[in-house]
Ligand binder design. Structure first.
Ligand code: PHE
Length: 349
């Protein structure tokens, strides 16, 4: 009998249950009155009276061990059930959308402009945002103390010799002409800085794109046609273009470039959104400065002005984006407000 008890004890200790069925098996084998332990209690009456007390005690201990193990196994099976439930995948739940960012409207505009000019043979050049006086002014034919330097409210990093935050991307024209031989067809897009009070219409930094073409027999007609091509690609084939005489030290002759905003269109001004606050009711909006590269500028970069001519133009990316998407406050571009940025997430240039 005692051996039997020991054997059952061992069986109970080694019993493992991971499912409801195994639990039931344990119960009917060891816990219920009809199990082996119950049987042993029934057999107690057959034991010799002098041993009965001892065997009875052992049977009670065995019953105790079986009950403890039962509680343990029930707890284990329950917790297994819980963890399975939490790991289960519910395929009927709606998917959690990924939070995708979007490309900044200025960057999208930049990509679009590059795409248009790439197709007519322009590459992209880069230059630093902190420039020496030479690249930002002197090489571009701004004589020292010339009032034209005052046209651009410059941020100085150092004085004498002057180091400035570039006020325009024309500095990259110089770098491109220094490093490449004609024919040169290049674009420079980047950030420029001017010391202006920040408002809806002005900011202390903005982005420009500068185009430069230097080669033999490059003419003003080429400049006109290039910009006309660009404007049609960007704003639609019916967009009209006009050139107004202007002045820049680094181009001669120089012109400002306007595009039509269709004031006669019954829908209102197509480009400035009918608001007329951009074209001020004139039907024309300015988009670029341009001109034929001044011979002094070519000579400053070691290019023979007798042999080569060139044109250059420069425009503001914010302005372009404003016209295309009717953004009426320049500050929006740098405030990083997701409600603004999200509106450009679906655009695909
Ligand atoms: N650099 C001029 C500006 O910032 C724009 C320009 C570029 C004009 C090239 C003519 C030619 O205003």
């Amino acid at each position: 009998m005692i051996e039997k008890v020991q054997h059952i004890l061992k069986e109970i200790e080694e019993f493992k249950a991971e499912s409801q069925e195994q639990l039931e098996r344990f119960k009917s084998a060891f816990v219920g009155k009809k199990g082996i332990i119950g049987d042993l209690f029934d057999q107690l009456k057959n034991i010799a009276p002098e041993q009965r007390k001892e065997v009875g005690k052992q049977l009670n201990d065995l019953k105790e061990v079986a009950n403890e193990k039962w509680k343990l196994l029930v707890g284990k099976v329950e917790s297994l059930k819980d963890s399975k439930a939490s790991n289960a995948v519910d395929l009927t739940l709606p998917a959690v959308p990924d939070q995708l960012g979007s490309i900044h409207p200025i960057t999208q505009m930049k990509m679009r402009i590059i795409e248009i000019f790439e197709r007519i043979g322009f590459n992209v050049s880069e230059g630093p945002e902190i420039e020496s006086d030479w690249y930002n002014f002197s090489a571009l034919n701004f004589p020292p103390d010339h009032p034209a330097r005052e046209m651009q409210d410059t941020f100085f990093v150092e004085k004498n010799p002057d180091i400035v935050l570039r006020t325009h991307t024309s500095s990259v024209q110089i770098r491109a002409m220094e490093n490449q031989k004609p024919p040169i067809r290049t674009l420079c897009l980047g950030r420029v800085y001017r010391n202006e009070a920040i408002s809806a219409r002005a900011h202390c930094f903005f982005h420009q794109v500068e185009g430069l073409y230097v080669g033999e027999n490059v003419s003003f007609a080429d400049l006109k046609q290039t910009l006309y091509h660009f404007v049609k690609e960007m704003f639609g084939k019916d967009t009209k273009i006009r050139f107004r005489p202007s002045y820049f030290p680094f181009t001669e002759p120089s012109a400002e470039v306007d595009i039509s905003c269709d004031i006669d269109n019954p829908k209102g001004c197509e480009i400035c959104g009918g608001a007329k606050n951009i074209c001020k009711g004139t039907g024309w909006v300015e988009i670029a400065g341009s001109g034929m590269v001044h011979p002094n500028v070519l000579a400053n970069c070691g290019i023979d002005p007798e042999k080569y001519t060139g044109f250059a133009f420069g425009m503001g990316l914010e302005r372009m984006t404003q016209l295309k998407y009717r953004v009426n406050d320049l500050r929006m571009y740098s405030e990083n407000d997701v409600r603004f940025l999200r509106q450009f997430s679906g655009l695909n240039f």
